[in-house]
Design a protein around this ligand. Structure first.
Ligand code: MG
Length: 397
């Protein structure tokens, strides 16, 4: 029998030490809110049934905005956020009480939102160790020599390093003992705990340790953000892909361009909806991935793609980028035709492409040109489109 597992992400802190006006968990790191980076590996772990975020009172708009940037499939795995309290301890207790109210029983991982570099492997170790202990925490051996100092900063003693570890999150607990420990600490007015294993120790439980991850760094000071940005930038490489597509005019009364239906005196000959813009963009993205082309993923011989809306082709390519842990930085499209006039539809096309690819509007360029009545586009025999995609992918191991 497998029991349920919840992940409780503590995101209620004000993060004042990290500078800036927004709490650190909502600041952007590599273009993405810290909270989204933190949540992603928990949402991707299938053994976790519930992911619950505890947020600061008043942070709901920030939270909704951040969560809106996760793929929809990930958003639907999140339980409704819970308001936290004055201290981290109060916030964790609020999250545990919300789980208790929902009838939850099983194991819970508690993780700080300010640790966005939590890896799938570390979560797996937490799940495995947590299954066998009431409490288990990721621990790192201490490499610095640790001293105890007096208020004036004078050293009082040197602590024996071999007995010291530093602990991180995610920490794994059996749910009921953790809830009971938190309730007891609250009832006794015991406060000042900086992590949940300390509350378990206070309640008389033994806490096990498992291997932590030195890369699982906590963002605390302003300098931490600068270093984290460098780390992310170093680990991604930029790639560019190009795409080109043509469709011939045929009888009809509209064409599709960049996902927008544009009335026209002609239609196009095509197996799908014949959207040269989306086809060129799809090939550009696939080209940047070095992952075949639109025809290899969606063979024209396959009846499933007959008359297909081309949205799905570009959405598929964009998803391939995300699956590889990358991101699209920019898409640029040039449409070549004598008609229809693209200008009046440019904003709608940009918005549609941004929507399909999951990008912001400022990441999508759309231009149009005629070919000065030269060639097949100039003679009004068809439409052509050229596209460029700039993406970033994790550096190969
Ligand atoms: Mg095509």
């Amino acid at each position: 029998m497998t029991s349920a597992v919840a992940a409780l992400i503590v995101a209620a802190g004000r993060g004042l030490r990290a500078g800036a006006d927004a709490p650190k968990q909502y600041r952007r790191l590599g273009g993405m809110p810290v909270l989204c980076r933190t949540l992603a590996p928990f949402l991707a772990e299938r053994r976790i049934d519930i992911v619950l975020v505890v947020i600061g009172v008043g942070d709901r708009p920030r939270y909704d905005d951040a969560i809106g940037q996760l793929p929809e499939s990930a958003q639907t795995r999140l339980a409704p956020a819970v308001n936290g309290g004055e201290t981290r301890q109060d916030s964790v207790r609020a999250g545990l009480e919300a789980l208790a109210a929902s009838g939850f029983a099983g194991n819970v991982l508690v993780h700080d939102a300010a640790r966005p570099f939590v890896s799938a492997a570390l979560i797996e170790r937490a799940l495995e160790t947590g299954a066998h202990h009431a409490a288990a925490v990721p621990a790192l051996t201490v490499t610095d020599t640790i001293k105890r100092v007096d208020p004036a900063g004078l050293i009082e003693e040197t602590l024996p390093r071999e007995q010291l570890v530093s602990v991180q999150t995610p920490q794994a607990f059996a749910f009921q003992p953790l809830l009971a420990a938190h309730r007891a600490a609250h009832g006794a007015g015991a406060s000042g705990f900086t992590d949940d294993s300390a509350i378990m120790e206070w309640a008389g439980h033994r806490v096990a340790t498992f291997a932590g991850d030195p890369m699982n760094q906590k963002l605390t000071h302003p300098g931490d953000f600068a270093l984290a940005e460098q780390r992310i930038a170093r680990s991604l490489v930029t790639r560019t892909g190009t795409g080109y597509d043509v469709h011939a005019f045929a009888d009809g009364d509209h064409v599709w361009l960049g996902g927008v239906r544009i009335p026209h005196s002609r239609g196009v000959t095509a197996h799908s909806d014949g959207d040269v813009g989306l086809h060129a963009l799809t090939d550009a993205v696939l080209g940047a991935l070095a992952d075949g082309d639109i025809g290899s993923h969606f063979p024209p011989s396959d009846p499933r793609w007959r008359g297909a809306s081309s949205d799905r082709f570009l959405a598929f390519a964009a998803e391939r980028v995300r699956q590889r842990g990358g991101r699209i930085d920019h898409l640029d499209l040039t449409i070549v035709c004598e008609g229809p006039k693209v200008g009046p539809h440019r904003d709608a096309i940009r918005a549609q492409i941004a929507e399909i690819a999951g990008l912001r509007l400022d990441q999508v360029g759309v231009k149009a040109t005629t070919s000065e009545r030269l060639g097949f586009t100039g003679r009004g025999e068809g439409l052509a489109a050229l596209a460029t995609a700039t993406i970033r992918l994790p550096e190969p191991e």
